[in-house]
Design a protein around this ligand. Sequence first.
Ligand code: DX5
Ligand code: ZN
Length: 227
Amino acid sequence: MPIRIAPSILSADLARLDDEVRQVLAGGADQVHVDVMDGRFVPNLTFGAPVVQCLRRHTDAVLDCHLMVEDPERYIEPFAKAGADILTIHAEATRHLERHVAAIREAGMKPGVALNPATPLAAVEEVADALDLLLVMTVNPGFGGQPFWEPGIDKVRRARALLDATRSGAMLEVDGGVGRETIGRLAAAGADTFVAGLAIYGAKDPGAEVHELRRRAEEASAGLKSA
Ligand code: DX5
Ligand code: ZN
């Protein structure tokens, strides 16, 4: 799997969103990570489908939308209409994961499922082969800039084994506390898609930081292949 870097606009200057997105795309970002929070599933409120619709008008980039909301099925249609490419829902937020994963694909988007740190991988085992993305959270979701959850490294290793065993071609994405210090270890554990908010938008040159994170991830995953 190729390495993908997905800057999270949660840490961008939202009043200058167009420029902030351009800057990371110019640095080689592969997809733009959009953190949608409803103030219920997580104790924070961000943006919804109208912001995705505006972004869509300004860019062809892959819009990787991470729904941290209760009853995410309510938003499948609005996000499809807005032009989302990937729609990730949390396993903890719904009782009918399989149905909603199928509905996301049916609506023309790539389905993803996210797991909070305490949620076992078994929650996605039965749907793994139907996914385009599995998101392992390495912080409790809700805010940018939180410290990295160390046990996430081993969880990523087990997630990689699960995807391989189920012959799932899903991207293995990690989100939370990803930066220079953690990306190599996550890539070596088998992650291929890396969300980073503070590490990229807190850097002096966000575009250059995308490049540097990719370099570190590629180096570590090349080591994995030759091992
Ligand atoms: C956390 C969000 C993340 C967040 C990551 O709830 O899902 O995408 O933006 O931020 P950093 O990279 O700063 O931990
Ligand atoms: Zn996220």
